[in-house]
Design a protein around this ligand. Sequence first.
Ligand code: NAD
Length: 361
Amino acid sequence: MKYRIATIPGDGIGPDVVAIAVKVLEAVAGKSGFELSFTEAPMGGVAIDRFGTPLPQASEETCKGSDAVLLGAMGGPKWDGLAGDKRPEAGLLGIRKALGVYANLRPALMFPQLAGACPLRPDLVAGGLDILIVRELTGGIYFGERGRSADGQSAWDTERYSRMEIERILKVGFEAAMGRAKRLCVVDKANVLESSRLWRETAQAMAPKWPEVELSFLYVDNAAMQLVKNPRQFDVIATSNMFGDILSDEASQITGSIGMLASASIGDSGPGLFEPIHGSAPDIAGQDKANPLATVLSAAMLLRYSLKREAEAKAVEAAVSAALDSGYRCGDIASKSPGEKLVGTKAMGEAVLAAVEGRLE
Ligand code: NAD
C-alpha cells in the first residue's frame, strides 16, 4: 500500500517541526510495511517570496491529489504589512476551503507527565483532562463579507452560517461524543447573535437522533470562564470558527503548552489536513527550540483519520508519552523538576523516533 502525503512546511518553526513529523511517519511506514511518498507544497510567506502568492495553484493541486496533508504553520512579521488577501494566512484559509475540510478536531489532552505545566490548581485537573473541541472551519466571520468604508474610518466583517453548514459540523460533534463520554456542549452567543440562534435551533432539532448524547449550551463568554473554573465538566465542545479558534487556544494553555496540541481538519471526502494548533513562532524560529510534539501528534491523527491506521496512530501517541516519561522536555513544557532533560527540537524528535521504532518492532 502506498499513500501520497503533501507537506506544507510553511514559515518560522513550521519547517523544523514538519521535518520531525515526516521522519516519524517514515519510521512508522518502514516498520509497518506500507509506503509513503512526500511532496512538498510551498504555501504562506515562503510562497509569497517565491511565487508572489500565498497559495500557488500547483501547491493546491499537490494537496488535492494527495491522501493527506501535513502542515506546519504560516505567517510572520516579514509579511505583516501586506493586505489581508495577500498575507500568508490567506494561504491557510484558502487551502482549508479548497480541501472542503469544514470540521476541525482539536483534542485538548493533558499528558499526566505535564500536569505540573498546567496553570490551574491541581484539584481542578485531578485525574487528567480530555476535551475535544470541534470547530467549524470553513464558514463564519473568517470567510464572511468584509470591507472598509471609502474614508477608511469604519470596517466590517460578517458572521453568516447556513443551516447546512451548522448541521454537518454538529453531526461531527454528536458522533464524536458517542465515541467518548456522550456529552456535547454547543457554544454560541445566542443572547445576542442571530447566527448563534440558528446554531441552537439546529442543535435542538438534531438532538433526537442521538438520544444518548447529553446536549447542553453555553454562551461563549461563560464557556471561556468555565474552561478555567471547571474544565473537567467538558467532553465535546462544538462551536463556530472564531469561537473555536479562541477557546481551543485557551484550552491548550490548560493542558500545558500550545506546543503539545494537534489538530485534524476533515471534510466529507478527499484528503484531511493535519497541523499543530500553534503558529509559526517567529520568536524561536531556526533556534532548535520549537516543541515538535504537536506536529508529531498531528501526524498520529493523520494516520488515524486519513490512512485509517489506528494501531500506528496509537504507537506514535505512546511514543510521545514514552519520551515524556523519559524526562525529555522542550523549553515550553519544562518545569525544572528533577529528572527532566531540557532538549531542542531535533533531540525531542530522536527520542520519539527511538520510542516509536521500539513499539513497532
Ligand atoms: P504562535 O503560536 O506562533 O506563538 C505564540 C507563543 O507560543 C510564542 O511565544 C511561541 O514561541 C510559542 N510557541 C508556539 N509554538 C511553539 C512550539 N511548537 N514550541 C514552543 N513554543 C511555541 O502565535 P503568534 O505569535 O500569535 O503568531 C505568530 C505567527 O504565526 C503570526 O504570523 C500568525 O499569524 C501565525 N499563525 C499561524 C497559524 C497557522 O499557521 N496555523 C496559527 C496561529 C498563528
